[in-house]
Design a protein around this ligand. Structure first.
Ligand SMILES: Nc1ncnc2c1ncn2[C@@H]1O[C@H](COP(=O)(O)OP(=O)(O)O)[C@@H](O)[C@H]1O
Ligand SMILES: O=P(O)(O)O[C@H]1O[C@H](CO)[C@@H](O[C@H]2O[C@H](CO)[C@@H](O)[C@H](O)[C@H]2O)[C@H](O)[C@H]1O
Length: 444
């Protein structure tokens, strides 16, 4: 028996914040796997994996925690007992058969991962705009229930487990556990991290600083230097293990540079045409921008390809107790899991963070704040910290000229991604990356 009324599902999905297919006509929905939990307990509910097929385009899979209800479909995550039940599967490392596989709880039991939780366990749904559903337990741990499921190894789960169990890098909310569906519909369903209380994200933190009239606050640039050092330490940690093929650093080859350069040039074709509808001058810039991408193919290869954060920006760092913590290792949402797990130059993360400073500057200018010496000192402080902590690292280019050529090419790559991201999600903001493309200097 199917745990959910399929006839009501298309209408239900269209009203969910996390449903990505609101704009596309649905052809059919089916349940590909499901499991009933807590059948005798206070919250009997099902975890169902549903596949949505559209009239056009690729099918998508979603995780649907649902309760039986005469009125229609009821989201089980609205009930505290159901949330506790999902968490206890993970905490107790339980394994439960599903209709075509099984779900498996995983809890990391290193001394660092020890966390004492109160009984009864207080539960609080996180009230933020997000694509998944996060819940805080006892103000100690945060459970993220993933809504849109992807096939393959989930990079956030994989990276979190690697950092927690194979490295001493602790400038991140530590991964504590996960819930995985094994079988044909295999996917990571939920992830548990240590909860960071009183955290402010780096985007808000930086905007608050940039909005101050006059000079940046006294310690801000030191903090940005420190952020650069933390990112450098993250890259050291990600490059520190040779016996795991998913993480072992690999030499950077000319063919990698050629492939990345070709991919940027390819993306440029369509993206600049789209951007020129917003700003006609962008077409005049095409040749100069192409030159930045071409140069990447011709630098002498040095350094390594390693696993990287992959979508690093100010919204992916938290400031708490005077420390920076880096989180959200899931990579760029527009890429599939295989692409997100590819090894790359760590310079790509550096470029991502630099772009974020430019977004912060553009945002405060759009709000009407006066120009001021903010962006360049912030960039410089961050880069100084990064370079200080990675001096002589095998994963970075051997000389300065190559460092800057690669950095510009990856900034360009991120800018093109941002144009596409903004056109799709926040058309009012597309001018931020477009203006930055217009400002990009002639390659030296
Ligand atoms: N470990 C944590 N401690 C405190 N707050 C967190 C933690 N992880 C995430 N958050 C908060 O929850 C928000 C959503 O988390 P995120 O993992 O980015 O969800 P999503 O992938 O659904 O966007 C973040 O912007 C951050 O403010
Ligand atoms: O945090 P996500 O994984 O959802 O990342 C996506 O959304 C980001 C926006 O929230 C987007 O970031 C872009 O906007 C930021 C300001 O809102 C800015 O700081 C970033 O530099 C800029 O790239 C990110 O690209 C996208 O993948």
């Amino acid at each position: 028996m199917t745990p959910v009324d399929l006839t009501k599902l298309p209408e239900y999905l269209k009203h969910q914040r996390w449903f990505a297919g609101k704009a596309w006509p649905i052809k059919s929905v089916s349940v590909v796997d499901h499991v009933t939990l807590d059948a005798e307990g206070p919250c009997a509910f099902s975890l169902a994996v549903v596949e949505v097929t559209y009239e056009l385009g690729q099918p998508e899979r979603y995780l649907l925690p649902v309760k039986p209800s005469a009125e229609g479909i009821q989201d089980a995550l609205e009930e505290v007992d159901c949330l506790r039940s999902v968490f206890s599967l993970i905490r107790e490392q339980r394994s439960v058969p599903s209709s075509s596989g099984r779900i498996q709880g995983e809890w990391i039991s290193t001394p660092d991962a020890h966390v004492a939780l109160p009984d009864p366990l207080p539960v609080r749904r996180l009230m933020v705009e997000q694509s998944n559903t996060s819940v805080v337990f006892g103000e100690k741990v945060i459970l993220k229930i993933i809504r849109k499921l992807e096939a393959g190894v989930n990079p956030e789960h994989e990276m979190g487990r690697f950092l927690a169990t194979r490295t001493s890098f602790r400038s991140t909310p530590m991964l504590l556990g996960a819930l995985t569906l094994e079988g044909n519909a295999g996917a990571t369903l939920a992830i548990v991290h240590r909860f960071v209380p009183n955290a402010v994200d780096g985007w808000k933190y930086t905007l608050d600083q940039f909005r101050r009239a006059g000079e940046l606050g006294g310690t801000f640039l030191d903090e940005m230097r420190e952020l650069g050092r933390r990112i450098g330490e993250l890259h050291h940690a990600l490059a520190s293990v040779n016996d795991d093929p998913a993480f072992a650093p690999e030499p950077l080859l000319q063919e990698d540079l050629q492939r990345w350069s070709a991919s940027i040039l390819g993306e440029m074709g369509k993206t600049l045409a789209d951007a020129s509808r917003v700003h006609v001058d962008i077409e005049n810039q095409r040749e100069r921008l192409m030159e930045h991408a071409r140069r990447l193919a011709h630098v002498a290869p040095s350094g390594q390809k390693i696993r990287i954060h992959g979508d690093l920006h100010l919204g992916q760092v938290l400031r708490s107790d005077g420390q920076w913590l880096i989180f959200d290792f899931e990579g760029e949402p527009a890429r599939n899991f295989t692409q997100r797990r590819e090894k790359y130059s760590p310079m790509r993360d550096v470029a991502g963070m630099l772009r974020s400073f430019d977004y912060a500057e553009a945002t405060v200018m759009l709000e009407g704040n006066a120009p001021g010496p903010r962006l360049v000192p912030t960039r410089e402080a961050f880069l100084e910290g990064y370079r200080e902590s990675t001096r002589g690292a095998a994963f970075l280019p051997a000389d300065d000229a190559t460092f800057w050529t690669m950095l510009r090419a990856f900034e360009l790559e991120k800018l093109l991604y941002e144009v596409r991201y903004e056109l799709q999600n926040r058309p009012d903001w597309v001018r931020i990356p477009v203006q930055a493309l217009l400002r990009m200097e002639e390659p030296t």
